[in-house]
Design a protein around this ligand. Structure first.
Ligand SMILES: Cc1ncc(COP(=O)(O)O)c(C=O)c1O
Length: 963
């Protein structure tokens, strides 16, 4: 006789058992022979406890009191499925039944609430992904992998109870919704659920019969997987309570739905999970068509069931807390039409989508001379920040009409960069789903007879199986009559004409393209070959980059955005997405500064040659740099980079003193050339740096008062210790040629040197006839706000200054400035010639940089905006213990992340993950330091207060919602 199995539809009410603790303790002791302490856990339909042998703090396991509606054979099925997965996935943690003094702890109890099944399963350590904190793409991907591994392990599992009818089985979604919808008292909720589920069934019904079925876990959700600690990937799957046979694809649909309520999640967030599932358990074409419909239906079932459960059992706080999350799951899932997501999934899985198979027919409009506008990232229309003006495109379109064009259009599917900086944490929509069109004269559609008004202001014309829609018309327009000078928007829909936004995000553009075509040909508009042939080729371009460039010539981010434009403190990728650049001290005066462009352009048209010629710019530039320095630093060398500048500074010290040995502070970076590399010991740049120094390099401790060997007030010991090294060398007959040190500790994340440090080590080296070199490559030129040069902060004057990076605003310029007599001694080494060092173009740009810093008061901006930002970051540090310290001055700040404020264990992985999430939110930030646990905050000096607030808000959001 077949067992009596659970059928949800005969048993709509599922009141959970609610046994009192003392009853549970008594029955436990009687059946399993162990006295226990209990701690109640939440559950939607069972009663769960964590149980401890009396007096022990180690949990014995999790006691599950099954809802009395489930039969013994169903409980057996759950346990067997868990056993099977545990056997087959030995690297995953899967809870088995705990074996007690009298065998496996699984028994029926006669309780005050009737006969209830009790069993103890292993307690899994770690935490679930519960709550709605952020889930990174790697965690989401891992969730899909776990779902895939359940599906693979249970593919051949069969059990007599597998015919049970659960409300969570998505095969029954229609019945569950039809049963529960009338019980829902809120009319708005009813209407919303009806609308989203009808759309889902329209996509599901045609393929439902073809969907393969098998046994599965069907509940691999955020609260049923565990990670050992908060930064690890999940490795445990619990709760086999929903094991049954259902559609195979439902396994991943359930998992994906549980991603959607998390912070910042959009429909696109689910894609890594689907990809990972597909790798283990390839989805067929029907499953791909059905998947998103099932995600929406899962959301709807959760919403209705959750609300029903709360009405039934008001005290079930577990269920009531979940209501918001469940609503979010449904609305995020339903925010993108099912066919669009199917197209997006197909694309993400590398399966071809039929996107370009739209029929081409005769044009519907006869247009004369049509001008294509390019609103893309590299378009000249967007030069000099024109994109920041909301009406930039409209103005350009009207101007083209004034110049005699019959029509002006913006092609579909090419990223558009317009409007104010897109400062929103959600991904901005930059990809137009249709053609934007302006006409010079009122025009009639050729097929005017077939045009119908779809809604006020929207016209629809059928073209074979497709429908062209034109929006932006006056409400009372004659069908087929298109007005002049008005912005019209034209889309081409395949099949059903649903509402589609005018712009979509780049991450879902492929999905939208599978349901919307390019109406250009139907309008007789052929978009010229994209002038920005770079658009939409970022993956291919990255592959080519990696194939042709040396691997050690690294790029930021594993999957970098393709950045093709900058403006002030903003960077813009090929899709038109705007990022806030908080890391770029090379673009010191702001990206694409018109005065830099003008200076370069003018000089390039006049003369650019090597610096052995006599021309005005090099003289003027050298004078201007020298004028920023103390009087005695009066002689300038020009090179092309910071490495060359540091290298030359070392060679000057050696030539001038006739000695070889150099003292260098540890954990610093001075460049990659032979001599600058020799004095560089940052292990982030070179893990074996310390062991491989040439014998002429002598290092002294990194004078880091936060995490170095001497901290706080003790940091005053660094300088005497460094001087002692000099003294020892001198005593050993090898007095050093010089000491090289950054004037403000850049590599550590902008840590100020202990007060008096430079004065003491400069005095120490000079006492032995050596020279003091200040590496100002990072910190010089106004960045510190208060001081133009870093050594001014220390009230010390070096003998040689090496500077680069920001002085060229991206142009390769390096300079070494020293005293005349030191420069003269270089002759003893022979020869100095750097072809393009101080070239006419470099000098012209260098002069423009100095002018801009002065005219735009950028040093003052660094002081004021930097102080504001530092204050914001300090306020965050007061709230979040992961921030160990806020370092720096002006616009050279460091935010140091630690796991423990006492041990200062660096939060390296966390820092990387926070940077990745910030990038998703539109902020470019990178870690620095030997432990890569410090944000290097060094934006262009023109950064606004509004922008640094945006940055601080973004950091605050990530710290509050996770990474
Ligand atoms: C302090 C310091 N010195 C020198 C250099 C080398 O400069 P460049 O990369 O221009 O060769 C760097 C580069 O990051 C630096 O940070």
């Amino acid at each position: 006789m077949p067992p009596e199995l659970f059928d949800f539809f005969e048993q709509v009410d599922l009141p959970t058992p609610t046994l009192a603790d003392d009853e549970v303790q008594r029955l436990f002791s009687e059946t399993f022979g162990v006295d226990i302490d209990v701690k109640s856990l939440g559950s939607q339909q069972d009663q769960n406890f964590r149980v401890f042998a009396s007096g022990s703090t180690q949990p014995l396991g999790v006691l599950k009191l099954s809802n009395p509606v489930f039969s013994e054979t169903e409980i057996d099925m759950q346990d067997r499925a868990a056993e099977l997965v545990a056997d087959r996935q030995s690297d995953l943690r899967i809870p088995r039944i705990v074996v007690g003094p009298s065998g496996p702890m699984s028994a029926w109890w006669e309780t005050s609430q009737g006969r209830i099944h009790a069993r103890v399963i292993e307690n899994m350590s770690g935490s679930t992904l519960m709550g709605s904190g952020y889930l990174s793409p790697s965690v989401v991907s891992r969730m899909g992998e776990l779902a895939g591994r359940m599906s693979v392990s249970l593919a051949d599992f069969s059990h007599e109870a597998s015919g049970r009818v659960l409300q969570w089985d998505l095969r029954h979604a229609r019945r569950v919704i039809e049963t529960q919808l009338p019980l829902e008292p809120d009319a708005d909720v009813r209407a919303l659920v009806r609308e989203v589920t009808q759309a889902a069934f329209r996509a599901l019904d045609p393929v439902a019969a073809a969907l393969p079925t098998q046994a599965g876990h069907f509940d691999v959700t955020d609260d049923n997987i565990l990670r050992p600690h908060s930064d690890a990937l999940p490795d445990a799957v619990i709760d086999f309570g929903d094991v049954t046979v259902s559609w195979r694809v439902a396994e991943i649909a359930v998992t994906v739905s549980s991603v959607l309520h998390h912070d910042g999640a959009t429909a696109a967030t689910a894609i890594p999970a689907i990809r990972a599932f597909h790798e283990l358990r390839p989805l067929d074409e029907h499953e791909i068509s059905a998947l998103w419909a099932l995600v929406v239906l899962r959301g709807a079932v959760l919403v209705l069931s959750g609300r029903q459960q709360v009405r039934l059992d008001e005290e079930n706080t577990y269920a009531s807390v979940a209501l918001d999350r469940e609503m979010r799951i449904m609305t995020v899932a339903a925010s993108v039409p099912v066919p669009v997501m199917a197209g997006q999934i197909r694309h993400a899985l590398g399966l071809t989508s039929p996107q370009d198979e739209f029929s081409a027919s005769a044009p519907l409009i006869e247009l004369g001379r049509a001008t294509a506008l390019d609103g893309g990232t590299v378009s000249t229309l967007n030069d000099e920040g024109a994109w920041m003006r909301e009406d930039a495109l409209e103005t350009a379109a009207q101007a083209a009409l004034d110049e005699g064009a019959d029509a002006v259009f913006l092609p579909a599917w090419r990223g558009v960069l317009t409007g104010a900086p897109l400062r929103t944490p959600s991904s901005p929509a930059t990809i137009p789903t249709g053609v934007t069109l302006w006409l010079a004269e009122p025009t009639t559609l050729v097929a005017a007879g077939e045009a119908q008004s779809l809604r006020p202001g929207v016209l629809a014309v059928s073209v074979g199986d497709e429908t062209l829609t034109i929006s932006g018309l006056p409400a009372n327009a004659q069908p087929g009559a298109l007005p002049a000078r008005t912005r019209l928007f034209v889309q081409l829909h395949r099949g059903e004409t649903s509402v589609a936004p005018e712009r979509v995000t780049a991450e879902l553009a492929d999905g939208w393209r599978s349901v919307l075509g390019d109406p250009g040909p139907l309008l007789g508009l052929s978009a010229p070959q994209a002038p920005d042939a770079i658009a939409n080729t970022r993956d291919e371009t990255l592959r080519r980059r990696e194939a042709v460039l040396a691997e050690v010539q690294e790029h930021y981010y594993a999957k970098p955005p393709q950045i093709e434009r900058g403006w002030r403190e903003f960077l813009i990728d090929v899709d038109g997405r705007v990022y806030l650049d908080m890391v770029n001290n090379v673009a010191s005066v702001g990206h694409a500064h018109p005065r830099i462009a003008e200076a370069a352009y003018r000089q390039l048209r006049l003369l650019n040659t090597n610096s052995r010629f006599h021309y005005q710019a090099i003289t003027e530039y050298a004078e201007r740099i020298a004028a920023t320095l103390p009087d005695e630093l009066d002689t300038v060398f020009f090179v092309n980079s910071g490495s060359e500048a540091a290298d030359l500074a070392i060679r000057l010290a050696q030539a001038s003193t006739g000695r070889n040995d150099m003292i260098a502070m540890r954990e610093a970076y001075h460049g990659w050339t032979f001599a600058s590399d020799a004095v560089s010991t940052s292990i982030a740049d070179n893990p074996v740096a310390l062991e491989t120094r040439p014998e002429w390099v002598h290092t002294v401790a990194a004078a880091n008062s936060y995490r170095g060997s001497h901290r706080g007030a003790d940091a005053s010991r660094y300088a005497p210790e460094a001087v002692a090294v000099m003294d020892e060398l001198a005593a050993a007959g090898k007095p050093p040629a010089g000491v090289i040190c950054e004037s403000y500790f850049g590599n550590a994340g902008g840590v100020a040197l202990p007060q008096g440090y430079l004065q003491q080590i400069y005095a120490g080296i000079r006492r032995h006839g050596g020279l003091a070199i200040a590496d100002e490559v990072q910190v010089g030129f106004g960045r510190l706000g208060e001081w133009f040069w870093g050594f001014q902060q220390q009230e010390a004057v070096p003998d040689i200054v090496a500077v680069a990076k920001s002085i060229g605003a991206g142009q390769p310029i390096g300079a070494v400035i020293t005293r005349r007599e030191i420069a003269d001694r270089y002759r003893t080494q022979g020869y100095f010639f750097s072809s393009t060092g101080g070239s006419p173009v470099s000098s012209a740009i260098g002069l423009a940089v100095l002018d801009i810093i002065r005219d735009e008061d950028l040093q003052e901006n660094a002081r004021v905006v930097g102080a504001h930002l530092k204050g914001r970051l300090e306020a965050l540090a007061a709230e979040h213990s992961i921030i160990g310290a806020v370092h720096g001055s002006g616009l050279y700040l460091g935010l140091e992340f630690v796991r423990d404020r006492e041990t200062l264990e660096p939060a390296t992985a966390e820092t990387a993950a926070i940077c990745d999430r910030l990038r998703e939110m539109g902020v470019i930030m990178q870690p620095t330091g030997d432990h890569q646990n410090v944000f290097k905050i060094k934006p262009p000096l023109c950064v606004s207060r509004e922008s640094v607030d945006f940055f601080a808000d973004a950091v605050a959001h990530v710290l509050a919602t996770g990474w």
